[in-house]
Design a binder for this molecule. Structure first.
Ligand code: MOS
Length: 755
């Protein structure tokens, strides 16, 4: 299964070299322009008014006081915002939006915090004061924000079958060993440090929108459709993102409010979504219940896997978390059934959050595997190893590059797993009880369509443009490395321009596929620019390559030379000066793999987490003290940025296991812990020692550099590794995240659901 590395990549001076962010200096000096940093003459501020009921109808909006307040320019609501449209049905992977209803479309309230009006004023304080002075009356109806999902009415009469092979019911009925349990995960809210924001400029019928977007091209297309203008009249710019975690993949209603206000007033408008509003109307990971049933033979070989999940969605939109993402192929089992259902609640529309589907799905499945191992009296490492498949049993495809077993054995070795004693609370250190747990993980590896252009300039620099964006994970740097690899120019001579929908369309910053997607397009563009350079060198009548044809020349290490002759090499800048050409360029274009049913291989990344917790029963204090993670995600173009992604994901996993939950007040339907004091995320003090290893097997079937992606996989599996460790330390099995002190104060056994 191991693929051979082409010589040129083995020798690269930049690919695989730990590289500092090329955008680090502008970020650390505060000169990087984030969306809300943009300011324009005449700019005014918008502040939305939000529904204070979770279900009902607006019966009256009284704006008389708000309109007379200082600095107020306008107050808009459903009667005067102007026409906004819904998007047409998407063709392929385009025109994507999760909350499809345009803001202020009607008077129906479907969730607490839904936008009901927007005030525009000279200052943000004036706009906020005016928004709060709008008097809105509602006819309330009953709402439901309950997180009890399995067994409640679904949006469709029956759950849909997501994955199916064999006869799971029969295999479960005749199983030698069986496990059957329900795992629940709460609503989680994305909390990137950068707030969502839109700065909308409307001039001469055209929109320039400075957005917090993980997908500028899709954002442009959706905004154009909803504003009712041609796409060429909309330009979306996102130069930098203070992260997004999936919350900024698709447009949200505030962007349409800002653009509408700018058009109505013919002035630049800034709208920054408050932290509190970010818990309402820019998506979240939905609450999910999952029933997992596993069956094995006496030796522990899986004979059946059944996963039945239900996630909540909003009243209007069908957001499917897709919890079975990994279930069909991660283990060998002749019988597999995954069903999925949606339960409508009075909440904002959910959206993708780092590792959608796989992260909650693998929390449940990997918890269940640990429980199964206990029933089998088998080491969980062993249970994983003996259920390794030969091929992707959900599709019959061979795996392109799968090294899960090596992830597990390497991780076990680095962690010291062989010192583990299986008895509950049997391990101690410095007066603390230790718990050790492990879990496997996987995440899709894919490419989407991408284009890019590379220019080589007479001043000796290269410029690469691509309509993707950098969420913060290092896309600027990865693209510069690819160009440096191909041209031999140093990184500081390469200008990377991203984050503008008018550039050649590039991938979304999502799915962990941006790097893999841009790689072939950028390589091709750089190669074509190099060819054009050789043409210019050959054409130059009085140049050093007079009489040579372009085919006799090569572009290596930033120089043009006669093929194979290092003597007489001429630098790029000199070649173009002699030719009197300002710049040469090349464009690259690659087709994606995502959604293609005819691929030759099954493309996924894999990993294993080993977690240690310390437990002090006297004071019910639980800490995650140590994590060893081994990741098989293709070749790491930039191991420094990649390690940082995995470390960040592990920290987020500590938050998912122990801290994060959005709580809806059952009385009002409001997400009540809508701030960073009450919605607790893992911070430095919660961060364990993290040891990350990359196996670094290039996946050349996916792209010529063998890169896959690392944005999401690190979060998959880590919550289960932690809850499994907690069980090892305490004997308490928590099947409802996050683990709370109340859970750990219960007697050993299955923790009763406390929330
Ligand atoms: Mo990721 S949830 O695809 O931004």
């Amino acid at each position: 299964m191991q693929q051979q590395a082409p010589e040129q990549i083995k020798e690269s001076k930049v690919i695989g070299v730990p590289t500092s962010r090329i955008d680090g200096p502008v970020k650390t000096t505060g000169t990087a322009m984030y969306s809300s940093d943009h300011h324009f003459p005449g700019l005014v501020h918008a502040w939305p008014a939000t529904a204070t009921v979770a279900s009902g109808t607006i019966t009256n909006i009284d704006t008389s006081i708000a309109e007379k307040m200082p600095g107020v320019l306008a107050v808009y609501h459903h009667e005067n915002i102007g026409q906004l449209y819904r998007t047409p049905p998407a063709a392929g992977f385009s025109m994507i939006i999760d909350e499809k209803r345009p803001p202020l479309e009607d008077t129906t309230i479907r969730y607490y915090g839904q936008y009901v009006a927007v005030a525009v004023a000279s200052t943000v304080e004036q706009a906020r004061a005016a928004a709060e002075a709008i008097k809105i009356t509602y006819a309330k109806t009953d709402h439901d924000t309950s997180n009890k999902l399995l067994g409640t009415p679904l949006s469709e009469p029956k759950p849909k079958e997501v994955t199916k092979r064999g006869d799971t019911a029969a295999a479960l009925a005749s199983a030698v060993v069986k496990h059957d349990a329900v795992y629940s995960t709460p609503t989680e809210t994305h909390n990137p440090i950068e707030l969502h924001a839109s700065v909308a400029v409307y001039k001469d019928g055209k929109f320039t929108l400075y957005e917090t977007s993980q997908a500028v091209v899709n954002h442009r297309d959706v905004m154009a459709a909803m504003l009712g203008v041609p796409p060429e009249d909309v330009q979306v710019i996102t130069r930098f993102l203070g992260s997004g975690f999936g919350g900024k993949l698709w447009p949200w209603p505030h962007a349409l409010l800002a653009a509408s206000c700018a058009r109505n007033l013919n002035r630049p408008v800034k709208l920054v979504v408050s932290r509190s509003m970010m818990f309402q109307s820019v998506g979240h990971r939905p609450a999910i219940d999952q029933r997992i049933q596993l069956a094995t033979d006496a030796a522990g070989k899986l004979t059946a896997i059944q996963q039945d999940y239900v996630n909540h969605t909003s009243m209007l939109d069908d957001y499917d978390e897709g919890c079975g993402e990994a279930t069909g192929f991660i283990y060998s089992s002749p019988n597999v059934l995954v069903t999925g259902g949606l339960a409508r609640r009075n909440v904002g529309t959910p959206t993708s959050m780092r590792g959608p589907g796989a992260v909650p799905g693998l929390y449940a499945l990997e918890s269940a595997m640990d429980e199964l191992a206990l029933k089998l009296k088998m080491d969980p490492v062993q249970l994983h190893l003996i259920n390794e498949p030969e091929k992707d049993e959900s599709t019959g495809q061979p795996f392109s590059s799968r090294h899960l077993k090596e992830c597990i054995t390497t991780g076990a070795e680095k962690f010291g797993w062989n010192k583990r004693t299986p008895g509950i609370g049997s391990m101690q250190r410095d007066g603390l009880t230790l718990g050790w747990g492990m879990a496997a993980c996987t995440w899709i590896a894919a490419r989407t369509d991408s284009e890019a252009t590379v220019e080589l300039h007479q001043d000796g620099t290269a410029r690469v443009i691509c309509g993707t964006q950098d969420i913060g994970g290092g896309t600027y740097t990865a693209i510069a490395q690819i160009v440096a690899h191909e041209t031999g120019l140093p990184l500081n001579k390469i200008d990377v321009v991203l984050g503008d929908s008018s550039l050649p369309p590039g991938p979304i910053s999502g799915g962990s596929w941006a790097t893999a997607s841009v790689t072939p397009a950028v390589l091709e563009a750089a190669q074509k620019a190099g060819k054009s350079l050789l043409g210019a060198a050959a054409d130059a009548a009085n140049g050093p390559f007079k009489g040579k044809k372009a085919e006799d020349l090569e572009f290596i290490d930033g120089n043009v030379r006669i093929k194979g002759q290092s003597a007489g090499a001429v630098p790029l800048s000199e070649v173009l000066r002699i030719a009197n050409v300002k710049a040469v360029s090349g464009t690259g274009k690659s087709e994606g793999t995502f959604g293609n049913p005819n691929l030759k291989y099954s493309f996924h990344s894999y990993g294993a987490h080993f977690a240690e917790v310390t437990w002090q029963p006297e004071i019910a204090r639980l800490r995650v003290s140590r994590v060893v993670t081994v990741i098989d995600a293709g070749r790491m173009l930039n191991p420094r940025a990649a390690r940082n992604q995995i470390e960040g994901a592990v920290v987020m996993g500590v938050g998912m296991a122990l801290l994060e939950a959005t709580e809806y007040d059952p009385r009002s339907g409001a997400p009540i812990n809508s701030n960073l004091a009450d919605y607790v995320v893992a911070v430095n003090a919660d961060t364990p020692d993290i040891d990350v290893t990359f196996l670094d097997y290039p996946d050349y079937n996916l792209n010529p550099l063998g890169a896959r992606g690392v944005g999401e996989i690190g979060l998959a599996g880590i919550p289960a590794a932690i809850t499994n460790a907690v069980h090892h330390a305490t004997g308490i099995r928590v099947r409802n995240l996050p683990i709370r002190i109340e859970d750990l104060l219960q007697s050993p056994g299955e923790a009763k659901r406390t929330a």
